[in-house]
Design a protein around this ligand. Structure first.
Ligand code: ADP
Ligand code: MG
Length: 454
């Protein structure tokens, strides 16, 4: 019943076997049952989202902060260095872009304290290609039906409506409108392999509903067909592009030399990039770690003491591995007690972090080399597991010990210096078996879920 409901509701993905086909598809993995989420923490996560939007947008305009924070990282991490190089190049030329659009997702886990109380802890904020705002707007319907079939009609009525895709499209539409050209299109910048296309289509179709034209192109297409006119308006196949919405471009594998050139062309253009390169850099793990330093938030957001307090309350312990005494000390602590920490490189997309024995070995190896600087350390969050069933096509069904990660979507639009839209349009709950330390839905580890507030 659950699988039929998921297929009917459009909780879909292309298959691993035929990743380019839309005529052979299957359901995206999901939990049989919704998972319990403490209401107070859920509300706390929503309440801080506009603050995070403001913070990310502020950082994206602070060249000095980005330069200082990433100085050590770009010496050793080629990918971040490359992004940073484009950032400096577009600043030098002068920005043609005047309207800015941010779509992000701030992810949290519920850390279980010694006394059993749970605390909201931010895992990271994704400032580029934050996904599942589409499919997640359909999972609550599936879980509602499952609860009813189980005779839990009252419980079914408690599941919240949730439609981030609509809110994200509203932000894109606002940016498109402020760009100010009726004929211009929105371009989704997509991967070569688009298994998660239906998630993107949810946002795309909301734009078509508003009579905004959408095209889907890859970096390769931009390299071959993209051009700028004298006032740096972006054209693709003769159509003017108002907004570029990246659903790719966040990992080194997305780029060859031509794709880097395409990225530079897009960044130089007047089109609204979601995100612009500065906002992508604001979402690096290194920036996240620097934000946790005492005084940094206060400096970035003067005059917003309440926002600062709300943001800081979600931080876990984060530690710099830069060369020097501070880094030496925390590296030694983590080698002695690796289960307390997670070691994170400057990468996105899941499956990159190191834990336990592997963390110890890697850190032991790099502790006296500059390579150490390309990582950060973070306190490991330990949530209370709960039993659930993970439904995945072609996989046997069994009960697993699971933990969940809550994401809150953020969307904002700035025109010049004025934030004209700042919202938290919805949420995403992803759940995974505790045997996996890392990995998202796309990586085949986590599955879509719905919060049941308790
Ligand atoms: P990515 O950019 O690759 O998604 P994340 O920081 O989100 O990197 O980490 C990936 C996954 O690793 C998370 O979804 C979570 O399951 C796990 N993880 C990350 N940080 C922590 C942490 N501090 N404690 C426990 N698990 C973590
Ligand atoms: Mg993540």
């Amino acid at each position: 019943v659950a699988v039929d409901a998921a297929l009917l509701a459009g909780v879909l993905m292309r298959t691993g076997e035929q990743p380019h086909a839309s005529d052979v598809v299957n359901y995206a993995p999901f939990t049989l049952l919704p998972s319990a989420v403490p209401r107070a923490l859920f509300e706390q996560a929503y309440a801080v989202q506009q603050d995070f939007n403001l913070l990310v947008d502020t950082i994206s305009q602070n060249k000095e902060f980005l330069e200082q924070t990433l100085a050590s990282t770009i010496k050793v991490d080629d990918f971040t260095a490359r992004l940073f190089q484009i950032y400096m190049q577009v600043l030098e030329e002068g920005l043609a872009q005047t309207v800015f659009l941010g779509i992000n997702r701030s992810d949290y886990m519920f850390d279980c304290g010694l006394d059993g109380t749970a605390a909201l802890r931010q895992i990271e904020i994704n400032t580029i290609a934050a996904s599942f705002g589409g499919l997640t707007s359909r999972t609550a319907d599936v879980h509602r039906l499952v609860l009813k079939v189980l005779g839990k009609t009252e419980e079914a009525s408690h599941l919240l409506p949730n439609n981030p895709a609509k809110g994200l499209a509203l932000g894109i539409a606002k940016a498109w409108e402020l760009y100010g050209s009726q004929r211009a299109v929105v371009m989704f910048l997509v991967e070569e392999v688009q298994r998660n296309i239906f998630d993107q289509r949810c946002v795309e179709n909301e734009l078509w509903n508003r009579n905004i034209r959408v095209i889907r192109r890859r970096f390769r297409d931009v390299f071959e067909q993209g051009s700028l006119d004298a006032s740096r308006r972006l054209y693709m196949d003769g159509q003017e592009v108002a907004v570029v919405y990246y659903r790719e471009g966040y990992v080194p594998q997305n780029y060859d030399q031509q794709n880097w050139e395409a990225r530079l062309l897009l960044e130089r253009s007047r089109a609204v990039k979601c995100p612009d390169i500065a906002t992508q850099l604001a979402g690096t793990k290194k920036v996240q770690q620097e934000l946790s330093r005492p005084g940094t938030l206060e400096k970035l957001l003067p005059g917003h003491p309440e926002a600062v307090a709300r943001i800081r309350a979600t931080f876990a312990g984060l530690y710099s591995l830069d060369e020097g005494e501070e880094g030496d000390r925390i590296a030694a602590t983590a080698i002695a007690d690796p289960d307390r920490f997670v070691l994170k490189p400057q990468r996105e997309g899941g499956g990159n972090n190191l834990y336990g024995e592997e963390l110890r070995q890697v850190l032991e190896k790099i502790k006296d080399s500059p390579e150490r600087t390309s990582y950060i350390l973070m306190d490991k969050i330990k949530p209370q597991p709960a039993l659930n069933y993970l439904l995945r096509a072609h996989s046997p069904l069994r009960a697993s010990e699971c933990i969940s990660e809550l994401g809150i979507f953020g969307v904002y639009v700035r025109q010049g210096q004025e934030l004209v839209l700042n919202q938290a349009p919805g949420h995403l709950l992803r759940t995974k078996a505790t045997e996996h330390a890392d990995g998202g839905v796309a990586a085949g580890v986590a599955v879509l879920d719905t919060p049941y507030l308790v």
